[in-house]
Design a protein around this ligand. Structure first.
Ligand SMILES: N[C@@H](CCC(=O)N[C@@H](CS)C(=O)NCC(=O)O)C(=O)O
Length: 205
Protein backbone atom coordinates (compact mmCIF):
# COMPACT_ATOMS: atom_id res chain seq x y z
CA UNK A 1 0.00 0.00 0.00
CA UNK A 2 1.16 3.52 -0.74
CA UNK A 3 -0.21 7.02 -1.16
CA UNK A 4 0.62 9.13 -4.20
CA UNK A 5 0.82 12.65 -2.84
CA UNK A 6 2.50 16.05 -3.21
CA UNK A 7 3.71 18.08 -0.23
CA UNK A 8 1.84 21.32 0.18
CA UNK A 9 -1.10 20.40 -2.08
CA UNK A 10 -4.44 20.83 -0.27
CA UNK A 11 -6.29 17.67 -1.32
CA UNK A 12 -3.58 15.16 -0.36
CA UNK A 13 -3.08 17.12 2.86
CA UNK A 14 -6.61 16.11 3.90
CA UNK A 15 -5.53 12.47 3.78
CA UNK A 16 -2.30 13.14 5.68
CA UNK A 17 -4.17 14.94 8.47
CA UNK A 18 -6.83 12.23 8.57
CA UNK A 19 -4.20 9.47 8.83
CA UNK A 20 -2.38 11.39 11.58
CA UNK A 21 -5.65 11.67 13.55
CA UNK A 22 -6.06 7.89 13.22
CA UNK A 23 -2.42 7.13 14.02
CA UNK A 24 -2.07 5.26 10.71
CA UNK A 25 1.30 5.29 8.94
CA UNK A 26 1.70 4.26 5.30
CA UNK A 27 4.43 4.85 2.73
CA UNK A 28 3.94 7.62 0.23
CA UNK A 29 5.39 8.69 -3.11
CA UNK A 30 5.74 12.29 -4.26
CA UNK A 31 4.16 13.19 -7.61
CA UNK A 32 5.15 16.68 -8.78
CA UNK A 33 1.81 18.02 -10.02
CA UNK A 34 3.35 21.38 -10.89
CA UNK A 35 5.37 19.48 -13.51
CA UNK A 36 2.19 17.65 -14.63
CA UNK A 37 3.57 14.33 -13.36
CA UNK A 38 0.02 13.14 -12.61
CA UNK A 39 -0.96 13.72 -16.24
CA UNK A 40 1.57 11.47 -17.96
CA UNK A 41 0.10 8.68 -20.13
CA UNK A 42 1.55 6.14 -17.68
CA UNK A 43 -0.05 7.77 -14.59
CA UNK A 44 -3.39 8.23 -16.39
CA UNK A 45 -3.56 4.64 -17.61
CA UNK A 46 -2.12 2.88 -14.55
CA UNK A 47 -2.95 5.01 -11.49
CA UNK A 48 -5.76 7.54 -11.98
CA UNK A 49 -7.62 8.04 -15.24
CA UNK A 50 -8.76 11.48 -14.01
CA UNK A 51 -5.18 12.58 -13.34
CA UNK A 52 -4.33 14.24 -10.05
CA UNK A 53 -3.52 13.15 -6.55
CA UNK A 54 -4.04 11.88 -3.88
CA UNK A 55 -4.36 8.26 -4.98
CA UNK A 56 -4.15 5.24 -2.68
CA UNK A 57 -2.56 2.13 -4.17
CA UNK A 58 -3.70 -1.06 -2.46
CA UNK A 59 -1.63 -4.21 -2.15
CA UNK A 60 -3.75 -5.95 -4.79
CA UNK A 61 -2.65 -3.27 -7.29
CA UNK A 62 -5.98 -1.42 -7.39
CA UNK A 63 -6.23 2.35 -6.93
CA UNK A 64 -8.59 4.65 -5.05
CA UNK A 65 -8.62 8.32 -6.04
CA UNK A 66 -10.52 11.20 -4.38
CA UNK A 67 -9.33 12.29 -0.95
CA UNK A 68 -12.66 11.64 0.79
CA UNK A 69 -13.00 8.17 -0.77
CA UNK A 70 -9.50 7.33 0.49
CA UNK A 71 -10.40 8.48 4.01
CA UNK A 72 -13.63 6.48 3.89
CA UNK A 73 -11.62 3.35 3.03
CA UNK A 74 -9.58 3.80 6.21
CA UNK A 75 -12.69 4.68 8.24
CA UNK A 76 -14.07 1.19 7.54
CA UNK A 77 -10.70 -0.46 8.16
CA UNK A 78 -10.14 1.43 11.44
CA UNK A 79 -13.31 3.06 12.80
CA UNK A 80 -11.69 4.63 15.89
CA UNK A 81 -11.58 7.49 16.48
CA UNK A 82 -14.64 8.12 14.27
CA UNK A 83 -14.15 11.02 11.88
CA UNK A 84 -17.25 10.49 9.71
CA UNK A 85 -19.78 10.38 12.58
CA UNK A 86 -21.30 7.26 14.15
CA UNK A 87 -25.10 7.50 14.35
CA UNK A 88 -27.17 7.98 11.20
CA UNK A 89 -27.75 11.61 12.17
CA UNK A 90 -24.08 12.31 12.88
CA UNK A 91 -22.95 10.69 9.63
CA UNK A 92 -25.46 12.72 7.63
CA UNK A 93 -24.45 16.00 9.29
CA UNK A 94 -20.74 15.30 8.68
CA UNK A 95 -21.56 14.45 5.05
CA UNK A 96 -23.61 17.62 4.69
CA UNK A 97 -20.76 19.83 5.91
CA UNK A 98 -18.10 18.01 3.94
CA UNK A 99 -20.08 18.49 0.74
CA UNK A 100 -20.81 22.12 1.56
CA UNK A 101 -17.13 22.86 2.17
CA UNK A 102 -16.02 21.05 -0.99
CA UNK A 103 -18.64 22.58 -3.28
CA UNK A 104 -19.10 26.08 -1.87
CA UNK A 105 -15.67 26.82 -0.40
CA UNK A 106 -12.94 24.67 -1.97
CA UNK A 107 -14.39 25.10 -5.45
CA UNK A 108 -14.13 28.93 -5.49
CA UNK A 109 -10.69 28.86 -3.86
CA UNK A 110 -9.64 26.42 -6.60
CA UNK A 111 -10.99 28.81 -9.24
CA UNK A 112 -8.93 31.66 -7.73
CA UNK A 113 -5.88 29.37 -7.88
CA UNK A 114 -6.48 28.39 -11.50
CA UNK A 115 -7.45 31.82 -12.83
CA UNK A 116 -5.56 34.19 -10.55
CA UNK A 117 -2.27 32.65 -9.44
CA UNK A 118 1.05 33.35 -11.17
CA UNK A 119 2.03 29.82 -10.13
CA UNK A 120 -0.59 28.21 -12.41
CA UNK A 121 -0.22 30.66 -15.29
CA UNK A 122 2.05 28.36 -17.29
CA UNK A 123 0.01 25.25 -16.45
CA UNK A 124 -3.59 26.18 -17.32
CA UNK A 125 -4.66 26.85 -20.91
CA UNK A 126 -6.14 30.30 -20.27
CA UNK A 127 -6.51 32.41 -17.12
CA UNK A 128 -9.66 34.54 -16.86
CA UNK A 129 -9.01 37.37 -14.35
CA UNK A 130 -12.72 38.14 -13.90
CA UNK A 131 -13.27 34.50 -12.92
CA UNK A 132 -10.62 34.93 -10.21
CA UNK A 133 -12.26 38.14 -8.96
CA UNK A 134 -15.77 36.67 -8.80
CA UNK A 135 -14.50 33.68 -6.86
CA UNK A 136 -12.48 35.83 -4.44
CA UNK A 137 -15.79 37.52 -3.58
CA UNK A 138 -17.42 34.12 -3.09
CA UNK A 139 -14.64 33.00 -0.74
CA UNK A 140 -14.89 36.17 1.37
CA UNK A 141 -18.66 35.70 1.56
CA UNK A 142 -18.14 32.11 2.71
CA UNK A 143 -15.84 33.22 5.54
CA UNK A 144 -18.75 35.30 6.87
CA UNK A 145 -21.13 32.35 6.57
CA UNK A 146 -18.71 30.08 8.45
CA UNK A 147 -18.20 32.72 11.13
CA UNK A 148 -21.96 32.83 11.76
CA UNK A 149 -22.22 29.02 11.84
CA UNK A 150 -19.32 28.65 14.26
CA UNK A 151 -20.88 31.12 16.69
CA UNK A 152 -23.27 28.30 17.62
CA UNK A 153 -21.03 25.26 17.01
CA UNK A 154 -17.63 24.15 18.34
CA UNK A 155 -16.85 22.30 15.10
CA UNK A 156 -18.43 22.35 11.66
CA UNK A 157 -20.59 19.29 12.19
CA UNK A 158 -21.46 20.17 15.79
CA UNK A 159 -19.70 19.05 18.96
CA UNK A 160 -16.99 16.76 17.57
CA UNK A 161 -13.98 17.16 15.26
CA UNK A 162 -14.63 15.44 11.91
CA UNK A 163 -13.48 15.07 8.33
CA UNK A 164 -15.47 18.24 7.55
CA UNK A 165 -13.09 20.23 9.79
CA UNK A 166 -10.10 18.66 8.04
CA UNK A 167 -11.42 19.64 4.61
CA UNK A 168 -12.20 23.17 5.80
CA UNK A 169 -8.78 23.60 7.45
CA UNK A 170 -6.97 22.54 4.27
CA UNK A 171 -9.14 24.94 2.27
CA UNK A 172 -8.47 27.84 4.68
CA UNK A 173 -4.70 27.30 4.51
CA UNK A 174 -4.80 26.93 0.72
CA UNK A 175 -6.80 30.16 0.48
CA UNK A 176 -4.50 32.10 2.82
CA UNK A 177 -1.08 30.72 1.92
CA UNK A 178 -1.33 30.21 -1.83
CA UNK A 179 -4.13 32.56 -2.86
CA UNK A 180 -3.70 35.59 -0.58
CA UNK A 181 -7.16 35.09 0.94
CA UNK A 182 -6.87 34.87 4.73
CA UNK A 183 -9.91 35.13 6.96
CA UNK A 184 -10.14 38.22 9.13
CA UNK A 185 -9.21 37.82 12.83
CA UNK A 186 -12.31 39.95 13.45
CA UNK A 187 -14.33 36.92 12.37
CA UNK A 188 -13.89 35.79 15.94
CA UNK A 189 -15.88 32.54 15.80
CA UNK A 190 -14.15 31.37 12.63
CA UNK A 191 -10.82 32.43 14.10
CA UNK A 192 -11.47 30.51 17.36
CA UNK A 193 -12.30 27.39 15.33
CA UNK A 194 -9.27 27.91 13.05
CA UNK A 195 -6.82 28.26 15.96
CA UNK A 196 -8.29 25.14 17.55
CA UNK A 197 -8.05 22.86 14.47
CA UNK A 198 -4.77 24.31 13.16
CA UNK A 199 -3.30 23.74 16.63
CA UNK A 200 -3.96 19.99 16.59
CA UNK A 201 -0.77 17.92 16.13
CA UNK A 202 -2.32 16.32 13.01
CA UNK A 203 -2.39 19.69 11.23
CA UNK A 204 1.39 19.50 10.85
CA UNK A 205 1.06 16.29 8.82
N1 LIG B 1 -11.52 15.95 -5.75
C1 LIG B 1 -10.15 15.52 -5.74
C2 LIG B 1 -9.26 16.67 -6.18
C3 LIG B 1 -7.85 16.21 -6.53
C4 LIG B 1 -6.99 17.38 -7.01
O1 LIG B 1 -7.49 18.34 -7.62
N2 LIG B 1 -5.70 17.29 -6.72
C5 LIG B 1 -4.75 18.30 -7.15
C6 LIG B 1 -3.73 18.57 -6.05
S1 LIG B 1 -4.46 19.40 -4.67
C7 LIG B 1 -4.00 17.79 -8.36
O2 LIG B 1 -3.61 16.66 -8.39
N3 LIG B 1 -3.80 18.66 -9.36
C8 LIG B 1 -3.01 18.35 -10.51
C9 LIG B 1 -3.79 17.67 -11.60
O3 LIG B 1 -5.02 17.48 -11.48
O4 LIG B 1 -3.15 17.31 -12.58
C10 LIG B 1 -9.78 14.99 -4.34
O5 LIG B 1 -10.47 15.36 -3.37
O6 LIG B 1 -8.86 14.20 -4.20
Amino acid sequence: MKLYTYSGAPNPRRVHIYLAEKGIEIPFEQVDVMKRASRTPEFLSRVNSMGGIPVLELDDGSHIAESIAICRYFEVEQPDPPLFGVSAREQAIVEMWTRRIELNFMMPVGMVWIHGSPLTKGVVKEQLPEMAEQNQTAVRRYFKFLDRHLEQNDFLAGDGFSIADIVALCTMDFAAQLNGLPHSPEQTHLDRWYQSVAGRPSAKA
